[in-house]
Write a protein that binds this ligand. Sequence first.
Ligand SMILES: [Zn+2]
Length: 403
Amino acid sequence: MGLAVRDPRSGRVRPLGPRPGRPFTIYVCGPTVYADAHVGHARTYLFFDVLKRHLQAEGVRVRHVMNITDFEDKIFDRALALETSWKLLARREERRFRSDLGSVGILPADLYPRASDHIAAMRSTVRALARTGRLEPREQGLVYRPSDRRSRESPLASEAVEHAVAEPGVPSPDGLELGEFSVWLPPHPGGPAWPSPWGMGTPGWHLECYVMARRYLGLPVDLHGGGLDLAFPHHYAESELAQALDRRPFARHYLYADFVTQHGVKMSKSTGNLVTVRSAVQGAGAAAVRWYLLSVPYGRPLEWDQRALEVAAHAASSVRRAFRIALGDVGGGSLAERSLRRLRDDVSKDLSRNLGTERALARIARYATVIERSARGAFPKGSRRSSLALVADMERRLGLPLH
Ligand SMILES: [Zn+2]
């Protein structure tokens, strides 16, 4: 099918496809469930959604797993503030998260394993890790020390690591050297703690994703990724664990979506400059939000702007109106099947070439403009059924209503 995406390590566009006889496996790091998802989260998950839809439209069997991080300091702190249990809060926020993603047309994953359901597996993984001699008990918990060699498989020719290499010995705010991470942490006030040979505590986040991806998809997974900030330290750490325990890469391909910003600052729960998915959809409608978030290449930041959202809303509704005219619901005409087939093929190529959602949308919008400008009925008659099938095919790939 010729699908290729940019490799964040080398910067080169590399072919991406299933291995013979296997489903294509996707592991996207899921949310820490303590507050509403914002449009930056939605943007990341949308790109994986379109990629998955496109693969499926090409006949590829896809298996997609998204973890739910249901214990973490931020959950415990918010549960304490709300005078509820961390578990109740996490379950409620998980439901809201999944419903928010569904509201912008993101297809559900095949599985949403929760971290708290995998404590025993994480404990036995720490035991195996201890045998490698890389763990050291410290006040930050049980700390993994990376080997001297830099993992060639690690997904991150990232600036953070370049910095770490340039200035060895510079400790990070949590008191760990860059490249070190805790696999078992001391208990947090208000949070749970599980017994282990290293004392009561909780497993670390990097360990969590490693254990669940390995269990449900097997390593290496075909595609891994998330928001750009996950490349380091999270994906670096997962990759270290896979190398140390399995002697294989964590993933064959990585894909990162750049941030949504406001006034140039990354949208995030911690800074509070955020627009929730819920409020965006209520204000502009799901199709407009989806169109907007896919209209900028995944590798570039998107500045959230009300005016641009309105432009996207207009584009999304103009396209629908034009296709309705063309398909005959309004004007009685029928699109020339050949031109519509060419459009569908070009859209498919746009997606195959480094997930060019912005090119695909621009192409559809141009096509719709031509339809709107032409007199009704000026299109040669084609088969309405096959025209509808072609439009439906593009709708499936992009997850957008087009007529
Ligand atoms: Zn993860």
